[in-house]
Design a protein around this ligand. Structure first.
Ligand code: PHB
Length: 361
């Protein structure tokens, strides 16, 4: 069990994660790349991209919508149709054949969508009718966000049912586990944080109420997967997608106390703010309270990753940008080799260029 005590663990110390043995503690972070095929179905190119990164201790797939309503960006993969399951199957089979391990990240974008991305051109859904600042990425370019439809209490069971169906499809698709995306301003995070949740029913108000939906979703997917194969991602003070909480430390202490009771595979933490605000949250304290395996994420380098492991403040470290450009990141770290530089122009959308053509050593 994690102790927050100094340790001699490094990135290459193997780790038991549920039924899996990870050969290293280097995690490929979930990365939206907008290269799924028609019908939001994963393709052979997507399989090649993941296979190239199979030496990661664990791959966490790009965020994948649980339902058509859960989509908010072009060409992101889904996990709600039989065709998508078949597409993902070629990814998981290829990663496993290469000796790798892969979880799928289950996503509902909530209000970070646009009617043109929604079934029947409906409004995106959210805990409360609060319009995000900024613009949605749509198939016809950037368009201003609209004020979302506040989910009625009676609509929430349908969202939970979509999580259960997606969890089952993830199993059919051959994944090793699932990660519930409750970070970065998407639906579950919108319920957690008081800047986006002003509900007056059982899902709003007190933090106990605001975290009810996440608790119910974790309980629901636990009927499909053992909890040792379920992770959760949080981002207590990330402002990305125009979200905030008035008391992030207190809110997320309550959230991790609740998650502790679920005996999960891991807690995956986007530490700090992607937009550059200074850190206020005490992450070692959140980790201590959670009591299980902790993945640190957000801007880590090899040196800062080794440091957080040696301080005893994390068990694994997830790398995003470095994994875009370095398919053989563990080998490069092991050899102290130089790293390829990621090209932001090819992060989102396009073809093999900037996706599967970064060189290995
Ligand atoms: C993105 O598409 O930019 C994106 C998706 C999921 C995240 C963060 C960013 O969690």
């Amino acid at each position: 069990m994690p102790t927050n005590e100094p340790s001699t663990i490094d990135l290459f110390t193997p780790l038991a994660l549920g039924d899996l043995t990870l050969p290293n503690r280097i995690v490929m972070a979930p990365l939206t790349r907008n290269r799924a095929g028609p019908g939001n179905v994963p393709t052979a190119l997507n399989a090649e991209y993941y296979v190239q990164r199979a030496s990661a201790g664990l791959i966490i797939s790009e965020a994948s919508q649980i339902s058509p309503q859960g989509a908010g960006y072009p060409a992101t993969p889904g996990i709600h149709s039989d065709e998508q399951v078949a597409g993902w199957r070629q990814v998981t089979d290829a990663v496993h054949a290469k000796g790798g391990r892969i979880f799928i990240q289950l996503w509902h974008v909530g209000r970070i969508s646009h009617p043109s991305m929604q079934p029947g051109n409906a409004l995106p859904v959210a805990p409360s009718a609060i319009q995000p600042a900024g613009e949605a990425v749509t198939y016809t370019g950037m368009q201003p966000f609209e004020t979302p439809h506040a989910l009625a209490s009676e609509e929430i069971p349908g969202v939970i049912a979509d999580y259960i169906a997606a969890a089952q499809r993830a199993k059919d698709a051959g994944f090793d586990g699932i990660e519930i995306h409750s970070a970065n301003g998407y639906l579950l995070d919108e319920f957690l944080r008081d800047g986006t949740n002003t509900r007056t029913d059982a899902y709003g108000g007190s933090i106990e109420n605001r975290m009810r939906l996440l608790d119910e979703v974790v309980t629901a997917v636990s009927t499909v997967w053992p909890t040792r194969a379920i992770g959760v991602r949080l981002s207590p003070e990330n402002r990305f997608n125009d979200i905030r909480d008035s008391r992030p430390q207190a809110t997320f202490e309550a959230v991790v106390d609740m998650l502790r009771g679920h005996q999960l595979a891991y807690l995956h933490m986007v530490e700090g703010d992607m937009l550059g605000e200074e850190r206020q949250v005490d992450y070692p304290e959140l980790r201590r309270r959670f009591g299980g395996l902790y993945i640190a994420n957000n801007g880590y380098t090899r040196a800062s990753a080794e440091q957080v492991l040696q301080q005893g403040d994390a068990d694994m470290v997830a790398f995003g940008r470095l994994y875009i450009a370095n398919p053989d990141l563990p080998e490069r770290f092991a050899q102290g080799a130089s790293l390829n530089t990621p090209d932001p122009d090819t992060f989102y959308g396009g073809d093999a260029r900037g996706y599967t053509d970064y060189p290995t050593l």
